[in-house]
Design a protein around this ligand. Sequence first.
Ligand SMILES: Nc1ncnc2c1[nH]c(=O)n2[C@H]1C[C@H](O)[C@@H](COP(=O)(O)OP(=O)(O)OP(=O)(O)O)O1
Length: 211
Amino acid sequence: MGIASLPPGLEGNFIEVSSGGGSSWLAFNTKRLYTNAFIIQDDKILLGYKKRGFGVHKYNGFGGKVEQGETAVQAAARELQEEAGITAPLEHYGTFLFVTEGGPDWAFQIEIFRAEEYSGTLIETDEMRFQWFATPNVGVGIPETTVVSAAAQAVVELLPIPFDSMWESDRYWIPLLLSKRHFIGRTDFKSVGETFTLEKWWFGEIGAREW
Ligand SMILES: Nc1ncnc2c1[nH]c(=O)n2[C@H]1C[C@H](O)[C@@H](COP(=O)(O)OP(=O)(O)OP(=O)(O)O)O1
């Protein structure tokens, strides 16, 4: 792996950490901004089970569209409050494009945030049911190595991150987020109704970009 030519829609100086899938990227017209925020503490991560809407029945971070007049971090904070009832000192760690065949002709540009602390009391909302999961000792880009540490199992008895019930590409970038590595990426999916299949992906970490 090394400095690589980036997929269309990405810019900067990044080192490839994971890629795969078919030979060509999907075309898209424009990008729309979304956010996704995670609370990560010691050996655990906070996820939400999506009860309705886009991505229903998947576990994910808390987030949604960036509304007009908002910055991405403001939108991330608002969505975290709306969907989980908490506030947190969010820090930006990644950006990836999500493009779908059979979906809109624009790309979701998803800005990823994390925080280690939060204020307030977690609540279940109409949209999300929160749940803590044990963070694994992961090898970046190698999902099979997701082994939960003995400490995490013994102390908190949490389930491991449910990658099989998340967006298929999450297993390639969540390990980067857990280990505080700034990243960028692109994921192209095929969609048929509410079923999404990962067709092609690329993730890289920071080479020489200011964050
Ligand atoms: N591929 C992939 N991986 C990880 N996360 C996501 C995707 N695709 C996605 O859309 N997402 C994330 C990005 C956002 O956090 C949500 C989608 O936002 P949505 O819930 O539709 O936006 P809201 O503004 O909350 O929607 P409404 O409440 O207005 O319906 O999924």
